[in-house]
Design a binder for this molecule. Structure first.
Ligand code: HEM
Length: 396
């Protein structure tokens, strides 16, 4: 994930975060078009929200969604998109894969909206689109649903966003993705600082921790904008598209699958998390295919030092070995004095504040009375998931 450590990664301009959810405009300006799959990408970026709105307004949504499926499949059949897809350079390929999965997800979610039977839903998704989707997951091993990586990390939200809604709801949807993306940038910088501290003998511990602290506070600031400024009604309009697949036992994209939150948590409090919340680790391993592949595998390698099959449940999680503290910064902190321990405690506190802020945000928007809960396995309560990284007691 982070092969070369540097603090030079450009930070997003600070006003970017202040602009999200400003509700000053109800249209999206597309600064720079990103259309790796030609007509198919054009369709996703320019037409899909209109087609969805028409179906929602129509008297026969079932006919509308079937017609949408037919036109998407006819478009794909009209050119050799399989060859195009396989020949794209990696950054373009990632956007192309995102376009394809936006279409597949749309076909399933709209089929459910129109009350289609599972067989009809599969016919709506169609052979051509399904084949292209499978091929994209073959080239870049990933789960065969719209993933957090597609929606947040790859979606070109700053220049040519992919969204499902029109007008103000589409702008809110774009800002929802953008807010996540800005938080991901902060987390990335925090990870780089913590890795430098953990892995480089001559690292300036004070500087690394100060960078980490600043990034975590900044991430919390962005999350606070969600809480204070995102419109619950507009959120309700787009979130239905990002829920569980209504026909398959597959979760939808969720911040839960931010591998960077897992990485920061492991680096800062990995051993305490294991002592207090082993379920957190069980869930990460159980749901590993939903996370961005490269980043989560890197974390798994830290957690299974010297083990080639790092993605399999490690012995320590089965109670057969000690937790690998070398994955965390704890051994390094122990070698320093009080000042560094205090700075580290501030980082732990900042991460905890972020998690608590997230919890109240999630409760405000998704669990309040009357709001349906989507995206969570029936066997697990939202409350349990939202508390899975909350620790009790001070540490250093
Ligand atoms: C208004 C904004 C948000 C809402 C309503 C929300 C809602 C939720 C809900 C309902 C869950 C429970 C599991 C699920 O449904 O998938 C969840 C989990 C989670 N979300 Fe969010 N979320 C929001 C923003 C974010 C952001 C910006 C991030 C940062 C990347 C994030 C990261 C997480 C994480 C890491 C979990 C797993 C629980 C944990 O480890 O704390 N969420 N979220």
């Amino acid at each position: 994930m982070v092969a070369h450590l540097s603090f030079s990664t450009p930070k997003p301009p600070p006003n970017r975060a202040q602009q999200i959810f400003s509700h000053l405009t109800d249209r999206i300006d597309r600064e720079q078009r990103k259309r790796p799959l030609g007509l198919v990408s054009n369709f996703v970026a320019d037409q899909l929200p209109h087609r969805i709105a028409e179906i929602k307004d129509s008297k026969r949504p079932d006919e509308g969604v079937k017609a949408l499926g037919r036109s998407i499949n006819a478009m794909i059949a009209s050119a050799d998109y399989e060859v195009q897809l396989l020949n794209l350079p990696q950054p373009d390929f990632a956007i192309a894969k995102t376009d394809i999965h936006y279409l597949v997800n749309c076909a399933y979610q709209m089929s459910a909206f129109a009350g289609l039977h599972p067989v009809e839903a599969e016919l709506t998704v169609g052979e051509e689109l399904s084949r292209l989707a499978r091929l994209s997951c073959h080239r870049q091993p990933s789960i065969e649903v719209l993933s957090y990586e597609d929606m947040i990390l790859t979606n070109p939200v700053q220049s040519d966003p992919r969204v499902y809604c029109l007008g103000a709801a589409g702008v809110e949807e774009r800002d929802f993705c953008l807010g996540h993306q800005l938080i991901e940038s902060e987390l990335q910088l925090a990870i780089e600082a913590l890795l430098e501290l953990r892995d480089t003998a001559e690292a300036d511990a004070g500087h690394c921790l100060a960078v980490c602290l600043e990034c975590l506070e900044s991430a919390k600031f962005i999350l606070t904008r969600f809480y204070e400024h995102m419109s619950p009604d507009l959120f309700g309009q787009f979130r239905v598209f990002y829920g569980k697949n209504p026909y398959k036992n597959r979760l939808g994209p969720s911040g839960r699958f931010s591998a960077r939150i897992v990485a920061v948590s492991v680096l800062l409090v990995g051993d305490d998390l294991f002592q207090q919340k082993p379920q957190f680790y069980r869930d990460v391993y159980r749901l590993s295919e939903y996370y961005p592949h490269e980043c989560i595998n890197e974390v798994f390698r830290w957690l299974s030092p010297g083990n080639a099959s790092a993605e399999l449940t490690p012995a320590w999680l089965k109670g057969k070995a000690d937790f690998p503290r070398s994955a965390t910064i704890s051994p390094v902190i122990k070698r320093h004095g009080n000042e560094i321990a205090k700075l580290c405690a501030s980082c732990v506190y900042a991460l905890d504040q972020f998690t608590r802020m997230h919890r109240i945000t999630a409760l405000k928007y998704t669990v309040e009375p009357g709001r349906p809960i989507v995206g969570v396995e029936a066997s697990e309560s939202v409350e349990a998931v939202l508390s899975q990284r909350l620790l009790t007691g001070a540490r250093f």
